[in-house]
Design a protein around this ligand. Structure first.
Ligand code: ZN
Length: 399
């Protein structure tokens, strides 16, 4: 088989992406003063807003907890995420700052890109869409599901780019191979779930360059990979802090901490917004061969507290519990997440009250409705689930 070289990425804004530390500090100082009226020296004393508090803050002060800079009328769109939390999309063309990440990945003007995150109510689809269109890509707004149809559409419309979860890209590629459908993907941006190196290698075996980025609905892109594939450079148009979970002080490189972001958007500028994600700064002090000068994150290490990402969606133990309380037959439950063939599996183990009966299908359906991810309900023997054990048991191994 002929080896063809993978497509190259490039810098979108070399002036920002290759800033010296001094220039970066001056640039961020100016933006921080404009947006939040404080200087960098005062940042560490500014209050932190936690993502898991946002739902109740928004309920008290709807719709956006008083964090909008202007009025709702200035927004482009509004979204609802499970939790529930509400997310605004401001007026900026690439509101979530995906441009540099997509460009580093190799997307360019004229690419036809299959966007497979959902456009329904949650922001994922539009997050990628606006960034792709800002680069001049032509987007196929595919959303989730319908593998067969998505493979056919990608083939006929000659999609050269893919954006979404890496596991669904694999599903599409295997499906198309079985169906003898030619696909033309050259570049893929992986997000919303982990990208194990074994999966990346498998996808690259199809001749597709695969890089990843880290973004949240509230803060936009916080970090993105370069061609070195050994960490994600911090996105230079925002401030990312990694804070020690106990002291709240900056964690040393290599030490895990809570990812806290500060953004300067004209409509929704967030000051020290704590994502609930755990990461660590890279200990690699040498300049990156790609030329970008921003420090790197080593990748995501997990979630702070009681929420994890399954099939690209956050699932919360508290949401599951609220549903399960409606089924009095259930005495105890535990959600177990495993991974086989690069697919997440969500299993609810439930223990019943003595002598009680349960319609497992009805419970599975009620959970799916709230949690938004399909899971299997399995009745466990009495005593099988540890009282006081974790509600969410993440048994996935990433390698
Ligand atoms: Zn680099």
């Amino acid at each position: 088989m002929a080896t063809r070289s993978l497509r190259e990425g490039r810098m979108l804004d070399a002036a920002l992406e290759t800033q010296t530390p001094e220039a970066r500090r001056a640039w961020l100082e100016r933006r921080l003063r404009e947006s939040h009226r404080i200087g960098l020296d005062e940042l560490s004393k500014a209050p932190i807003t936690r993502k898991d508090a946002l739902s109740s803050m928004q309920a008290e002060n709807p719709p956006f907890a008083g964090l909008l800079a202007g009025s709702v009328a200035r927004l482009r769109r509004m979204f609802a995420s499970p939790g529930p939390t509400y997310v605004p999309q401001g007026g900026a063309v690439d509101y979530w700052r995906f441009g540099m990440a997509f460009s580093a990945c190799g997307m360019r003007a004229g690419d036809v890109v299959l966007n497979t995150l959902s456009y329904h109510l949650t922001p994922g689809g539009f997050m990628l869409d606006s960034g792709l269109r800002s680069l001049g890509c032509v987007v196929i707004p595919a959303g989730t599901g319908q593998t067969d149809l998505q493979a056919k559409v990608s083939s006929v419309l000659r999609a050269t780019g893919y954006a979404g979860t890496p596991s669904f890209l694999r599903t599409l590629l295997l499906h198309a191979r079985d169906a003898h459908l030619p696909l033309h993907f050259e570049v893929a941006f992986a997000t919303a779930e982990m990208l194990p190196e074994s999966l990346r290698a498998e996808l690259e075996g199809f001749g597709i360059r695969v890089l990843q980025g880290y973004a949240t609905a509230d803060l936009g892109v916080l970090a993105y990979e370069c061609s070195e594939k050994n960490g994600m450079h911090l996105q230079p148009e925002c401030i990312v802090e990694i804070l020690d979970l106990e002291t709240g002080q900056p964690a040393a490189p290599g030490q895990p901490g809570h990812v806290v972001g500060t953004t300067f958007d004209a409509d929704y500028p967030l000051l020290r917004f704590a994502t609930g994600d755990l990461s660590a700064l890279s200990t690699d002090a040498a300049p990156c061969p790609c030329g970008r000068t921003a420090p790197k994150l080593k990748g995501l290490l997990g979630r702070v507290g009681d929420a994890i990402k399954v099939k690209g969606m956050f699932v919360r133990g508290s949401e599951m519990e609220a549903v399960i309380k409606r089924f009095p037959a259930v005495a105890r439950f535990q959600a177990v997440v495993t991974r086989e063939e690069h697919q997440d599996h969500l299993l609810y183990r439930v223990e019943l009250q003595p002598g009680a009966a349960l319609d497992a299908g009805a419970l599975a359906e009620a959970l799916r409705e709230t949690v938004k991810v399909r899971g299997e309900v399995r009745i466990a023997e009495g005593g099988a689930i540890q009282p006081g054990g974790p509600r969410l048991d993440d048994r996935r191994v990433w390698k």
